[in-house]
Design a protein around this ligand. Structure first.
Ligand code: ST9
Ligand code: ZN
Ligand code: ZN
Length: 342
């Protein structure tokens, strides 16, 4: 049978064999028999997500309009920046460098704060975010990579969130060990209550605080601090998977797609030094240099380490990095200024 995206074979229950199904799934799904057939990458669109993203973008245009045209108070715009920064740290310092890569250890108060920040970002709960991200590193640019960049800019940017996953993501994804997250009560608590936490933490609280504190109109803060802030931070995050897998230099490993992309680094709180990151994923700086050039996340971890909240910070030493660059790099400069390798 040809997999057309509509005509698909299911087991008796119409499900992936042995895979628990979320109740809200829009279309029935299941792997076709011939996993290696060329038609296998056919797109099975999840219209619920497509419609949600269209609506969110429309609301973002309105949110930008009321911000730029001066309807919203300056205090609200500053608050939007603060909330956006906290949610970014929840992703970079929390989901990414702490939970996905274990670049350092964090004490309980820091893990609770980062979980709150990560919930603000509404990018799936930490467990799911980390599972997809570990699978991305393990199977980069294959069909098992959830946002496989060989399928083009749009797919790796946001298209992957609007179609059913390639069956390889699930089957090969099962080989990724998640026991460390299962052992973290904060992560499992967030997973359990995520559907309750998201509306309250991501949208309601950011809308109510300006309304309560400086009399901003509730809907103005909803459209700016809630929706617009959310969508801008989603695009900044998604650029790591799209732009920083397409454009930029490869000083550490020229044989992989991830690149050093300063624009993305700036927008994504230091996560655009992506060639380095794929070469040394366990480095808490996610970049070569010890300075904070376009890497606010590293500064935040260093402050937490000073306060005793973060410890056991892992980082690659200069000679290791140099060896790797000489062996596999493209002899460009990376994030270390304009010096070239010999
Ligand atoms: C979002 C996430 O935007 C963005 C992540 C970006 C990551 C970037 C990384 C870059 C580095 C750091 C960046 C820092 C940036 C800083 C920013 C600063 C401003 N392994 O998913 P399901 C199995 S989210 C193993 O439903 P479908 C599993 O059994 C945006 N197994 O598949 C699962 O069941 P369960 C908001 C896996 O039906 C079952 O399959 N959220 C794996 O194909 C079904 O899974 C959305 O838009 C795996 N990796 O649906 C929601 N994956 O979970 C989007 C799956 O019970 N999500 N399995 O164990 C969805 O609606 C759906 O997932 C879908 C696919 C439609 C996309
Ligand atoms: Zn990547
Ligand atoms: Zn990573």
């Amino acid at each position: 049978q040809i997999w057309s995206g509509v005509q698909v074979e299911y087991d008796e229950n119409g499900k992936h064999a042995g895979v628990p199904q979320p109740a809200a799934s829009v279309a029935p799904r299941g792997p076709p028999k011939h996993k290696t057939s060329p038609g296998y990458r056919k797109y099975q669109i999840v219209w619920r997500n497509v419609i949600a993203f269209i609506l969110l973008h429309a609301m973002t245009i309105y949110g930008l309009y009321i911000s730029i045209a001066g309807y919203v108070q300056i205090k609200t715009l500053l608050f939007m920046l603060a909330v956006g920064s906290c949610s970014a740290l929840g992703i970079t310092v929390g989901a990414h460098r702490l939970w996905a890569h274990r670049c350092y250890n964090a004490r309980l108060p820091m893990r609770i704060l980062l979980t709150l920040f990560q919930t603000l970002a509404f990018q799936n709960h930490i467990y799911e975010w980390v599972r997809d991200h570990r699978v991305h590193h393990k199977f980069t640019d294959t069909d098992a990579d959830p946002h496989n960049s060989s399928r083009g800019f749009f797919f790796s940017h946001m298209g992957w969130l609007m179609v059913r996953k390639h069956p390889d993501v699930t089957t090969k994804g099962r080989t990724v060990d998640m026991k460390d997250l299962e052992a973290d009560p904060v992560v499992m608590w967030q997973k359990k209550y995520y559907l309750w936490l998201v509306p309250i933490v991501t949208f309601l609280m950011p809308s109510l605080i300006p309304y309560w504190s400086w009399n901003e109109r509730f809907w103005y803060s909803f459209f700016t601090v809630g929706v617009t802030r959310y969508m801008l931070s989603l695009h900044a995050t998604w650029l790591v998977n799209s732009a920083a897998h397409i454009w930029g230099t490869k000083p550490y490993d020229k044989n992989i797609t991830p690149t050093e992309n300063p624009t993305v680094a700036l927008l994504a709180f230091g996560e655009g030094w992506h060639n380095y990151h794929h070469a040394f994923p366990w480095d808490y700086k996610a970049a070569e240099l010890g300075n904070y050039r376009m890497n606010f996340s590293t500064a935040f971890i260093d402050v937490c380490a000073r306060l005793g909240l973060a410890y056991n910070l892992k980082t690659a030493n200069a000679s290791m990095v140099k060896k790797r660059s000489l062996r596999t790099g493209d002899s460009s400069s990376g994030d270390r200024g304009h010096h070239r390798h010999p």
